[in-house]
Design a protein around this ligand. Structure first.
Ligand code: KG4
Ligand code: ZN
Length: 336
């Protein structure tokens, strides 16, 4: 059966055509980076409008690429939440109209669960596992007992990791989205001196909650102290690197602790920030040292995409899940 996956929860319009055996036949993404860049953040109204204009052409192109027709679609899958309300409405309305017109079933999925589903592309998940989900809107540590069986271990009390990257990048005058920009800036820089050290928030809290707004403010104060004094070569890189080191150290320590404490052997890493090479390699080093298996979502499927929506829906549909026409958005939908 051919599954169409539709993702419009934030600023990426993405669709994919995936067979229920997992083969990816076509995918398309329309990113809105340029639209939101001047605002250093996603403007919900602009994002919703762009989804509406991109969905039709993306679907047409995907069908063409795969040599398929609308009538070949057997299930329409769409992100129902969490996300920006207007953006979710654009995707769910499009999905409903299409499924109704084609006379095929529809299934709404949880965006966070879909992110986790991409870890399956890296290998078979052994349950129980512990998942670290880090994106622009979420920072979660979750015990995973199986598909659909999640238990929240900890989450951020304030900013999500990706949000902190974006805000710090904007303070540095780096482009949006800030994650890749900070990672690039940090890459060229050697170890920082002790003077540049930033806090590692909640690293010794003994639980699995996170907090990144204080770290962001610490960077802001560092910049304020310099008011009027231009940065010397390499100073922005050094601060970017220290910020990244602080984030990575905290999330890796808590993830490994949680995995040990709940007796899991498998660690999953997903979400937009999971593209970060420093995070991937540090988590791998620490997991390897303890004989844990790390499954990172492939980098190209870390950002929001239609493939994750279609893959998850195919599994759930096979287990008998489906929605009726009362399917609605749920902007605050939780994973656990
Ligand atoms: O999952 P995602 O595409 O959208 C949400 O559901 O939020 O995540 C986007 C977030 C942004 O905050 C972006 O700055 C961050 O992921 N990000 C990164 C990297 N690439 C994207 N953060 C750190 N390092 C990266 N290489
Ligand atoms: Zn996402």
């Amino acid at each position: 059966m051919l599954v169409l996956g539709i993702e419009t929860s934030c600023d990426e319009t993405s669709i994919a055509l995936v067979e229920d055996n997992g083969s990816i036949l076509a995918e398309g993404v329309a990113s809105q980076g340029e639209t939101h860049a001047p605002y250093a953040g996603v403007v919900p109204e602009l994002a919703s409008r762009q989804h509406l204009s991109h969905l039709g052409p993306l679907l047409e192109r995907a069908l063409q690429d795969a040599g398929l027709r609308l009538g070949d679609i057997g299930l329409v899958a769409v992100t129902k939440g969490p996300g920006l309300a207007g953006c979710l409405i654009a995707g769910v309305s499009f999905a409903k109209g299409l499924a109704y017109g084609l006379g095929v079933p529809i299934l709404g999925v949880n965006h966070l669960e879909a992110h986790l589903c991409c870890c399956c592309l890296a290998g078979k998940v052994e349950y129980p596992a512990v998942a670290l989900l880090v994106s622009g809107g979420h920072t979660l540590l979750v015990r995973v007992r199986g598909v659909g069986r999640y238990e929240l271990l900890g989450e951020t009390r304030d900013d999500a990791v990706g949000e902190a990257y974006d805000k710090v990048a904007s303070m540095f005058g780096l482009p949006f989205p800030g994650g890749p920009a900070i990672e690039d800036a940090a890459r060229g820089c050697g170890p920082c001196g002790a003077a540049a050290r930033l806090p590692r928030p909640l690293i010794g809290s003994g639980d699995w909650s996170f907090s990144f707004s204080g770290l962001k403010t610490a960077v802001l104060y560092r910049l304020k102290k310099r008011e009027g004094v231009p940065f010397r070569e390499g100073e922005v890189s050094a601060l970017a690197r220290e910020f990244q080191n602080a984030v990575v150290e905290v999330v890796v320590k808590k993830t490994i602790d949680a995995t040990e404490r709940v007796g899991a052997r498998c660690v999953m890493l997903a979400g937009g920030v999971a593209q970060n090479e420093a995070l991937r390699s540090e988590l791998k080093k620490n997991a390897d040292a303890r004989g844990m298996r790390l499954l990172c979502a492939p980098k190209r499927y870390c950002t929001d995409n239609g493939v994750m929506v279609a893959m998850l829906a195919a599994r759930k549909f096979a287990d008998g899940e489906r929605d009726d026409w009362s399917l609605d958005i749920d902007p605050g939908l939780r994973l656990a």
